[in-house]
Ligand binder design. Structure first.
Ligand SMILES: CSC[C@H]1O[C@H](OP(=O)(O)O)[C@H](O)[C@@H]1O
Ligand SMILES: Nc1ncnc2[nH]cnc12
Length: 293
């Protein structure tokens, strides 16, 4: 049996996790560099929790400057099995209004300036991203929202742009015409790295604005995003508290194999693998290479 440890990555305006009991902060480092902040260890009820604000306290890291590999590695190293990411996002649909929680089940990666894999020369791996979100985890989040009486929308496509500038009107119309639901700057490569690290991953996307396509709404700016996040902070905390309080103590095997993603992914022959990279990969490949179960 594997004990469930839930990682929470906080996004814009979310730099702490209220209600975390037995809180202990620990600065850690990884072979991939330093994560965005100290890890916040604690529990909610019986559930072990590790919280990390992806932009760091005081919001010091831009979406392109976040060390996503260090963040995911640090959480994996801390024993996280299930990872919930919280993100502010723009909406391309009138019915997805500010304050609503959207639980996307797909991502489109339009980032171009980020390190998006732990693997490379010396250990080549190709994980599946066909279904980037772990369905049981998403279901649990939806159930928590329902229990708390919070309006939410299940499924949808989150397009991740490089930023840091917001989209132009033409880009916004293009994404809308493509049928995407929401837009942000951080779910990629986070979701890809979580899959490589064999973490079950799901995103809670809080709609904060209508980007810049909507004729009856102002164009997005930072102040309006943060105002909506602040106005809905209590709601987000209650959603997470309910999810965590009701979380099973044992990690539930992921039906789509998020937690065994490397079983069919590593292509480099064992004898051809670069020992230095293998050592750096450490906890990422430990289970798949038989060092841990
Ligand atoms: C504050 S506006 C743009 C900023 O907000 C979102 O952050 P996060 O995904 O971390 O909640 C978006 O991705 C941008 O980083
Ligand atoms: N409209 C938007 N575009 C990109 N990232 C966002 N984060 C919040 N709103 C956003």
């Amino acid at each position: 049996m594997t004990r469930a440890v839930v990682g929470i990555i906080g996004g814009s305006g979310v730099y702490h996790l209220p209600g975390l009991q037995d809180l202990r902060e620990e600065r850690v480092t990884t072979p991939w560099g330093d994560p965005s902040d100290a890890l916040h260890f604690g529990r909610i009820g019986e559930t072990q929790v590790v919280f990390l604000p992806r932009h760091g306290r005081g919001h010091v890291f831009s979406p392109s400057g976040i060390n996503y590999r260090a963040n995911i590695f640090a959480l994996k190293q801390a024993g996280v099995t299930d990872l919930v990411s919280v993100s502010a996002c723009g909406s391309f649909k009138s019915e997805l209004y500010p304050g609503l929680f959207v639980l996307p089940d797909q991502f489109v990666d339009r980032t171009f300036g980020r390190q998006s894999s732990f693997f490379g020369n010396g250990c080549v791996a190709h994980v599946s991203m066909a279904h980037p979100v772990a369905p049981l985890l998403a279901k649990r989040i939806a159930a928590a929202a329902k229990t708390e009486g919070m309006e939410h929308s299940v499924g949808g496509t989150y397009v991740c742009m490089e930023g840091p500038q917001f989209s132009s009107y033409a880009e916004s119309l293009t994404y809308k015409a493509a049928g995407y639901d929401v837009i942000g700057m951080t779910a990629m490569p986070e979701a890809k790295l979580a899959r490589e690290a064999e973490l079950s991953y799901a995103t809670i996307a809080m709609v904060t604005d209508f980007d810049c396509w909507h004729p009856e709404h102002d164009n997005v700016d930072v102040a309006s995003v943060i105002a909506v996040v602040r106005d809905n902070a209590d709601k987000a905390s209650r959603l997470l508290a309910r999810l965590l309080a009701d979380f099973p103590h044992e990690h539930e095997p992921c039906p789509i194999g998020s937690d065994r993603a490397l079983d069919t992914a590593i292509l480099t022959a064992p004898e051809a693998r670069d020992p230095a990279l293998m050592e750096k990969l450490g906890v990422i490949v430990a289970r798949a290479s038989g060092a841990a179960t």
